[in-house]
Design a protein around this ligand. Sequence first.
Ligand SMILES: NC(=O)c1ccc[n+]([C@@H]2O[C@H](COP(=O)([O-])OP(=O)(O)OC[C@H]3O[C@@H](n4cnc5c(N)ncnc54)[C@H](OP(=O)(O)O)[C@@H]3O)[C@@H](O)[C@H]2O)c1
Length: 322
Amino acid sequence: MPEVIALTGATGFVGAELAKQLANTGYKIQALIRPASSRKRPADLAVKWIEGDLDDSDSLCRLVDGVSAVVHCAGAVRGATREQFNRVNADGLARLVIAASTQRPRPRFLLISSLAARESQLSHYASSKRLGEKLLIENSHGLPWTIYRPCAIYGPGDRELLPVFEWMAKGIAPVLGSGNARFSLLYVKDLAQAIDLWLNRNGCVSKTFELHDGRSGGYSWHDVIDTVKRLRAKPVVSIKIPLVLVRLVSASNLLLSRAFGYAPMLTPGKVRELSHSDWVCDNTALSSATGWMPRIQLPEGLQITLEGALTTKNQGVPNDRI
Ligand SMILES: NC(=O)c1ccc[n+]([C@@H]2O[C@H](COP(=O)([O-])OP(=O)(O)OC[C@H]3O[C@@H](n4cnc5c(N)ncnc54)[C@H](OP(=O)(O)O)[C@@H]3O)[C@@H](O)[C@H]2O)c1
């Protein structure tokens, strides 16, 4: 009998890729879907969809029924207030942990946190991811847990980094401030593979792992722009966007989001995240524990991502649809 895995966030960018990877490996997947999700259920995916929400404990009990592992990938990545982020990234997680802990045997639990949790002072998002980790570590209700802290993830279907890469591919590169901040990157399929390997290994209990594409020292925006230049074999013009201007726009966006009730991506907290000087991370611990080695480096990953975006547009499918 194939193992049954509970998955949250399967309608999102990372979760959808993960659901594909796990279904291909042969797992049976029970995936949570919000009735109001704006995104489509991938029709070709062998998944048992459980309607519910991280706010709703009954649906979470149905989600984890009979599973051997829970991969918690759902998260609030945009929002205006601390409460909006905490409600999903901390309170929702706590509810899922309690639901999973009632199962016998207790399932293994993998939390997809974020490298942002390393710098929890920067934003409500970062502090909510850190709070979620703390809740799991301090009150796992006996679940064998592991935390993954991926750096910035990119790939087809991404809504955050893709617009920036698309501008670069058109020949214009917006660069925030000096552009010298350093960050790690990870192609989405490599993250899915690292999660697949975690499901196969039992040795990662009570540990937190950082993940990136293996490039020591990470990237600066100038490195990314040079990669795009080489891919398109044409010049890319860098346009420096003063930090003060982006701060102003983000503050206005935050006010507008409160007035009109939408969840903003560009907020003063997001700008503090984007301008943070060091988002470089280290894979060594995860590779030693699971044997995982990222396979896709930036030139290949960017090429696939940009080609994927073009195909999606030509088919008239919005980027946030899967
Ligand atoms: N993308 C990155 O660069 C990155 C980097 C590091 C860590 N992460 C982490 O990876 C995870 C996935 O991120 P993503 O980029 O895939 O984000 P995404 O595309 O916005 O997907 C978020 C997912 O969470 C679900 N969700 C949100 N609130 C929920 C709730 N209350 N109940 C149930 N489901 C809910 C969404 O469902 P709907 O379809 O209903 O909205 C969606 O499936 C997040 O935890 C994020 O913190 C992402």
